[in-house]
Design a protein around this ligand. Structure first.
Ligand code: ADP
Length: 431
């Protein structure tokens, strides 16, 4: 039939994923691609290959029905590009690449105190490094027109050919002010301000159709629309199902990350808490060092499955743990010296596990309470993703501590969240 399909692509840390949904938001196709060992010698090459290979893995019929595409990438992964030719002028710096101490000091002197742009891994610090090394200045003298692109912007540019666009989620760590919807004065007055992506879209907003060349080469329909993307963690949030103010997503993987849809914006660099804009709401997030990695230190996943049924979630364990793999916590307690507390260890392994699950749930509840104290909207419901979401006993313990319903997310893939953005963008383009 005349099914209209939407493609979301997620470029994560080790591989990429494509998910195609229909109008009813049902998954109709799914493909994965690992970057491979050669990736570190040239990330842009690996991402570009993955983009083509992922599309190639989609059935031609599906590909030909794709009405719109949105791409998410890892936050603060960025590169310098020639806006005219698309030539890479400075190889990509990855999301987790810390810039030097002198650069961070410089960032702190330029940006407001404790702004997210002053983090050593921020896009702003990466841009400062390129500036400090004279990379863009030299390229400009050679006749290039340098521009900064985030990973997601650059991948989208391979489809629509525009090289000065971004979205306000990706641009947050560059220093963009999503509330005022502009680059702040401290940034736009810099000598490298000409490198900032000039058009900053709302995630999911229609940007431009694919170029005829890209459509031909990748087997996409010529009218296929490319929408503004977002970061991988926001795409994962969108996938997880929270849509109303007060709804949140807790990711229980190796560590615990929480994100709450709030009416008000909350930022506190001391706790690593900051807000992304999502339309008229704010996505307030923070991350604790507690999480499943502590479980891994003591139990295999098989042992977790075996011991869990021996735990009664309606009863307290009587233990008072603060589970960490090493000393140091940021949120909800900011103390780089906070020691792990996993003592006393009971004889009974099931009781020990009970104490750890309860301890992590306690940290989670404390984290949401702190967001409330900082001015975020009250919590009404928690969706949960990651390895810990599979454990129903833990879910029951958490629901008791949080005092709101806790439900596993039906979907947690960032690519699915990007597909939702593509769908939204297509609908906007019809209005
Ligand atoms: P990440 O991607 O952050 O490494 P995952 O989302 O894959 O993490 O989750 C892995 C974590 O889930 C591990 O730390 C593991 O201890 C935990 N985990 C796996 N199975 C269970 C279970 N049945 N109950 C609780 N935690 C579990």
């Amino acid at each position: 039939g005349s099914d209209v399909l939407y493609l979301g692509m997620d470029f994560g840390t080790s591989g990429a994923r494509a998910m195609v949904i229909n109008e009813q938001q049902e998954l109709v196709a799914d493909a994965r691609q690992v970057y491979g060992a050669e990736a570190s010698s040239g990330w842009t090459g690996a991402w570009e290959r993955s983009l083509g290979e992922l599309l190639g893995k989609l059935p031609p019929k599906v590909r030909q029905a794709i009405a719109s595409i949105a791409i998410d990438g890892t936050s603060a992964t960025s590169l310098l590009l020639d806006r005219q030719t698309g030539q890479v002028l400075a190889p990509a710096k990855l999301y987790n690449e810390s810039q030097g101490g002198a650069i961070v000091k410089l960032a702190q002197a330029i940006a407001p105190a404790s702004h997210t742009a002053t983090a050593s891994t921020s896009t702003f610090c990466k841009l400062l490094t390129w500036h400090d090394q004279g990379i863009w200045q030299e390229a400009q003298q050679q006749g290039h027109q340098p521009v900064l692109q985030h990973q997601a912007d650059w991948l989208a540019s391979l489809l629509h050919g525009r090289r000065t666009t971004t979205d306000y989620n990706n641009a947050l760590k560059l220093g963009y002010n999503p509330g005022a919807d502009c680059y702040p004065g401290w940034l736009s007055s810099q000598p490298f301000a000409g490198l900032l992506p000039a058009e900053v879209f709302a995630p999911g907003d229609p940007v431009a159709p694919v170029t005829p060349e890209a459509a031909e080469r990748l087997g996409l329909p010529p009218h296929c629309l490319v929408c503004a993307g977002t970061t991988d963690s926001i795409a994962a949030f969108l996938a997880a199902g929270a849509t109303e103010i007060g709804e949140a997503v807790s990711s229980l993987g190796s560590t615990l990350a929480i994100k709450l849809l709030s009416e008000s914006r909350v930022d506190d660099a001391k706790y690593g808490v900051y807000s992304h804009r999502l339309g008229h709401t704010w996505l307030v997030g923070g991350a604790s060092n507690t999480g499943g990695a502590v479980l891994r230190q003591h139990f295999s996943d098989a042992q977790l499955l075996e011991l869990t049924p021996h735990i009664d979630p309606s009863q307290p364990s009587g233990l008072d743990y603060y589970p960490l793999t090493a000393k140091g916590e940021r949120f909800p307690i900011n103390d780089p010296d906070l020691p792990p507390c996993l003592e006393p260890r009971p004889e009974d392994d099931a009781r020990f596990l009970h104490g750890i699950l309860e301890g992590i749930a306690h940290v989670e509840a404390q984290a949401y309470r702190l967001l409330l104290e900082m001015g975020a909207s009250p919590l009404t419901k928690v969706y949960t993703a990651g390895g810990g979401a599979k454990n129903p006993v833990w879910t029951a313990i958490r629901a008791r501590q949080l005092g709101v319903p806790v439900v596993p997310s039906p979907q947690a893939e960032a690519a699915f969240g990007s597909a939702l953005l593509a769908r939204q963008g297509y609908h906007k383009s019809l209005r």
